[in-house]
Design a protein around this ligand. Structure first.
Ligand SMILES: *Cc1c(COP(=O)(O)O)cnc(C)c1O
Length: 404
């Protein structure tokens, strides 16, 4: 099996919430006219998640990609505006900026595998509108440094929390520190509805605009008569009640999932201490999700040899979260020529981010809760692994390294 921890603990609670909706026959998030017993699962999820994370407002969406687009649209980011985003992320962080006709400006990561704040200022121009830090692999970005830069240069901060639902940084949940937070509920994320997502913000206007973008311009929850009152042209990125039902149950499991993952990761990590040549990526806050353990070898050679014997690959070669492997942005045909409206003249080249390349060639992902070959974490443990299984995985890793 593959997927995130939420998919591994999917069970009776989700079934109960789903049956509520099925029995009520009301699948639309606003209820169905003439059908009694509407369950309002999406609205319940939004309210509970806002309280859980400390947002004033949350609205559910159909994907993390949609969530990012809602943030960009709410902030009015468009033609020619530059947004600084790390070169190690899922393509959606980059493609959503492009779809708004804005310009993704790729930034280096540091050994936390999140955006390197010391290299952001050199990328700022008069066209820069926002920074999009990505809390990659559940690890919060260095938000103090990022917020200081954003405040100094008057930039928005859109937190891409798609891989870090529930993580916290210095006591605040990710997504509540910047201007807006975008989250995913895809099957490979911390909690899941198969596909889905949500947006959080504490700004009333941004909430209204973001909500409107995801619901054809309507005011939040279509309250207070829409006709004649719609203030933005939007899309349809709404969540339906079946997804909402699962989201309610998964949301209630979130903190338990994180607690379990942190315990299992601590055990595995404790068995891999003091091995010459082996370290770990820097964790910016113990409030991280603990969905993955990232080994960081001193040299690329050692990482390559380890991967050969372990039957895996360094992150640099593991899949499509690395800019070098995103043919859609590297190739002019797909980036501009084939695109009906995106006329961005920015080009991206393989190996344009040497620090990122070096770190990702030395980094190897071991799954704790997110089992995903595309992230390089096809092997390791999962949220249901026993202590015995964890010790066996640790032993195997130690033996491979000893044999190199
Ligand atoms: C998964 C992901 C997204 C997009 O989420 P979807 O729900 O798959 O659309 C965006 N950014 C990051 C960092 C992701 O990992």
């Amino acid at each position: 099996m593959a997927g995130g921890p939420g998919s591994y603990v999917f069970g009776e609670e989700e079934k109960k919430e789903l049956m509520d909706v099925i029995n009520a026959h009301a699948l639309f998030r606003y209820g169905t006219p003439g059908v009694d017993g509407f369950q309002a699962k999406v609205a319940t999820f939004e309210k509970e998640m806002a309280e859980r994370l400390g947002h004033k407002h949350v609205f559910a969406t159909s994907s993390g990609t949609g969530s990012l687009m809602c943030c960009l649209a709410a902030l009015g980011i468009g033609m020619g505006d530059e947004v600084i985003v790390p070169g190690y992320t899922f393509i959606a962080s980059i493609s959503t900026i492009a779809m708004m006709n804005a310009v993704p400006v790729l930034a280096e990561i540091d050994e936390s595998l999140t955006i390197d704040p010391t290299k952001i200022e050199a990328l700022i121009t008069p066209k820069t509108k926002a920074i999009m830090p990505v809390h990659m692999l559940g690890n919060p970005c260095d938000m103090d440094a990022i917020m200081a830069i954003a405040n100094k240069h008057n930039l928005y901060v859109i937190e891409d929390c798609c891989q870090a639902v529930g993580a916290s940084y210095k006591g605040k949940r990710v997504g509540t520190i910047g201007t807006m937070g975008a989250y995913s509920l895809n099957v490979f994320k911390t909690i899941t509805t198969g596909d889905g997502g949500f947006v959080g913000t504490s700004d009333d206007d941004l909430y209204e605009r973001g909500f409107g973008f995801h619901d054809q311009g309507h005011k939040p929850s279509r309250m207070g008569v829409e006709v004649g009152n719609r203030s933005i042209v939007g899309m349809n990125m709404r969540m339906n009640e079946l997804s909402g039902a699962v989201a309610v149950a998964q949301g209630r499991k979130l903190d338990g999932i994180l607690e379990t993952l942190r315990e299992k990761k601590a055990l595995l990590k404790s068995q891999l201490q003091d091995i010459p040549g082996l370290g770990f990526r820097r964790i910016n806050d113990p409030g991280e999700c603990a969905t993955l353990l990232t080994l960081l070898f001193d040299t690329q050679e050692m990482a390559a040899k380890f991967c050969e014997k372990a039957g895996t690959a360094p992150i640099a070669r593991s899949g499509w979260h690395v800019y070098n492997n995103m043919e859609q942005i590297l190739d002019k045909k797909t980036w501009t020529d084939a695109h009906p409206f995106h006329q961005c003249d920015r080009t991206y080249a393989k190996h344009m981010l040497p620090a990122t390349d070096d770190i990702l060639e030395r980094a190897v992902n071991i799954s704790i809760g997110v089992v995903d070959k595309g992230l390089g974490s096809g092997t390791g443990i999962n949220i249901n692994s026993s202590e015995e299984e964890i010790m066996a995985v640790a032993k195997n890793i130690r033996e491979i390294i000893a044999s190199l």
